[in-house]
Design a protein around this ligand. Structure first.
Ligand SMILES: Nc1ncnc2c1ncn2[C@@H]1O[C@H](COP(=O)(O)OP(=O)(O)OP(=O)(O)O)[C@@H](O)[C@H]1O
Length: 268
């Protein structure tokens, strides 16, 4: 029997109220189904406005979907009260595009990383600091940076702190929303390699949201292509990216140009 997916989203619908009185409500996600297995990276690709971030927000239950189901390790989340969701959330952690925006500007690096450990009630004076130091090392940072504020770090360093903070909750799934697209091209590959390295042998699943198909080719096991709130094509990365069936996927691929971005090359 195949393993139970970490995340399983079925027939997901997310609507936003009309922004103007005369406008219609927006259906941002219109019946999306996807699943992420342990140790797997599913890339969700599509142009701006196709509904990727709305799917992410609903999958994380940051926004309750208007219809459909979200299961984590087989457990339905949509009907759970907030108190029960709080217990599930550590296992599914977001990593956002803006590395500075994701961290509190007034919290030192070590406190940002310590916060989830404290929130889970695991902090002890003996083991807490060592766990933080270990997490900083794990994401390729010198623990000596622990005393700095985010404003004293580069974008790449900040994103690594964001990843360390996500890992501090001991998650099973990371939902990564364009995790390297705001970074300087010269540091993207390092962060991509970090993410692929963290996954190796760990069972950590990734829902990897990106519009960079070159990058997706290097990180994803499977790809789902989203357009106007729907998945128009999905399958193994190699198949979708080399023999796309849907005209929209072909269009995205032709618009993305040759598969040779800095991140792609170094990560390959
Ligand atoms: N808070 C909101 N209120 C109204 N409409 C919204 C809201 N957030 C998103 N939308 C609309 O929902 C649709 C999907 O947006 P979403 O941000 O999920 O797409 P996306 O693929 O993640 O785009 P991007 O890559 O630009 O973030 C778009 O038409 C967007 O304008």
């Amino acid at each position: 029997m195949p393993p139970i997916p970490l995340l399983e989203v079925c027939d997901l619908v997310v609507r936003y109220p009309a922004r103007r009185r005369t406008a219609a409500p927006v259906t941002a996600v219109d019946g999306v189904s996807l699943a992420v297995a342990p140790g797997e990276t599913l890339a969700l690709v599509g142009e701006s406005g196709s509904g990727k971030s709305s799917t992410m927000a609903a999958a994380l239950m940051l926004r309750r979907p208007d219809a459909g189901s979200v299961r984590f390790e087989g457990r339905e989340l949509t009907g759970l009260p907030e108190a029960e969701l709080r217990a599930v959330r550590p296992a599914m952690q977001p990593v956002f595009q803006d590395p500075f925006g994701a961290l509190s500007p007034r919290l030192r690096v070590r406190d940002s990383v310590a916060e989830p450990i404290r929130a889970q009630g695991r902090w002890t004076r003996e083991e807490g600091p060592a766990e933080v130091e270990g997490l900083l090392r794990k994401v390729g940072l010198d623990p000596g940076l622990g005393g700095r504020l985010p404003g004293d770090l580069s974008g790449g360093q900040c994103q690594r702190v964001g990843i360390a903070r996500a890992l501090a909750s001991r998650p099973k799934l990371l939902i990564l929303d364009e995790p390297v697209s705001a970074l300087d091209p010269s540091v993207r590959a390092g962060v991509v390699n970090l993410l692929t390295g963290l996954q190796r042998g760990s069972g950590l699943g990734y829902l990897f949201i990106s519009h960079d198909l070159a990058l997706v080719r290097h990180v994803a096991h499977r790809v789902a292509v989203m357009r106007h709130g729907r998945i128009v094509e999905s399958g193994p990365a190699e198949q979708v990216l080399t023999e796309p069936e849907h005209p929209y996927t072909r269009l995205l691929l032709s618009a993305s140009g040759p598969m040779d971005t800095a991140a792609g090359k170094a990560a390959g």
